[in-house]
Write a protein that binds this ligand. Sequence first.
Ligand SMILES: Cc1cc2nc3c(=O)[nH]c(=O)nc-3n(C[C@H](O)[C@H](O)[C@H](O)COP(=O)(O)OP(=O)(O)OC[C@H]3O[C@@H](n4cnc5c(N)ncnc54)[C@H](O)[C@@H]3O)c2cc1C
Length: 291
Amino acid sequence: MSEATRHLAEYDSAERYRATIVSSERITPEASSEEVRELVLDVERPHFSFQLGQSVGVIVAGSEAFGKEHHFRLYSVADLLERGPSGMPRIKIAVRRCSYIDAYSGEEYPGVASNYLCDLVPGDSLLMTGPFGIVFEVPEEHDANLILIGSGTGIAPFRAFVKHIYRDVPDFRGRVWLFYGARSGLEMLYMNDEKNDFSQYYDDETFRAFKALSARPGWSDVIAWDSALQERGEELWAMLSDAKTYVYVAGLTKMLEELDAVFATIAGSKEEWHRRKAELMAGQRWVELVY
Ligand SMILES: Cc1cc2nc3c(=O)[nH]c(=O)nc-3n(C[C@H](O)[C@H](O)[C@H](O)COP(=O)(O)OP(=O)(O)OC[C@H]3O[C@@H](n4cnc5c(N)ncnc54)[C@H](O)[C@@H]3O)c2cc1C
């Protein structure tokens, strides 16, 4: 079972709480066929906190027709914790409206939780649990390099992470290289004409952001990691060979295979890449948040 469809019973969800929608804003341009919405939520749990990279659980009531089974889905926290006017913790999540093709009928159905969330309006209340999941730590060595690789909604945790580094860790001197993959420029969350959160760090000489787009977005081609990563292959390999480099990856599971193929070319062979990646993983310097 994929991480994205794990059941509620597999998580310690004893602590449930309600949250109220403060706002729901579409963050992909209208011209894009992808709808991603940023939801701002006031969490009715005064001591709520989370670590960077973690996700919150959303519990959606099931329908009578399917035995009322509750649906449980995770969403990465997409910004640093704030406080609303009432002092309650305020968080953001970025939700992509998903659908799936039924294996038997071949028909397309709306995904339960993402459609539920995307249809909520300010003032609506929802049931939540968590936070859960892996953490993207800021390395103890403040001259460490960070290679952040996100695709689609996988950019959400990096938005919070990059903001934290440049806002709260003033002596961080390492390089922060962000690679962001999407099918088209219209689907670049937080890096498009309307909402460009990362532009505030462009002036920082340690920060660089690189876009990886599909060659033919209409054809669902794979994201062009090769051009974005391979073009900087020599520098990347030098960074990856440095004992102080951390690689954090977030997005859909299929990106792992795509990345392995590109990094094998950069490393010179599959074997060399597998060896290096295994070392990075063993030292907890390669961390994956995939779904
Ligand atoms: C740790 C973790 C963090 C996650 N963070 C986010 C997040 O920040 N934002 C977010 O939108 N989703 C995120 N997800 C996915 C989310 O939990 C749900 O799986 C997703 O919203 C689909 O749920 P659904 O009930 O609407 O559709 P379902 O009926 O469960 O499935 C719909 C289909 O869409 C695919 N799918 C699921 N998520 C995505 C996606 N983001 N982009 C493209 N295809 C997808 C599924 O593989 C499935 O085929 C995360 C999952 C995990 C495990």
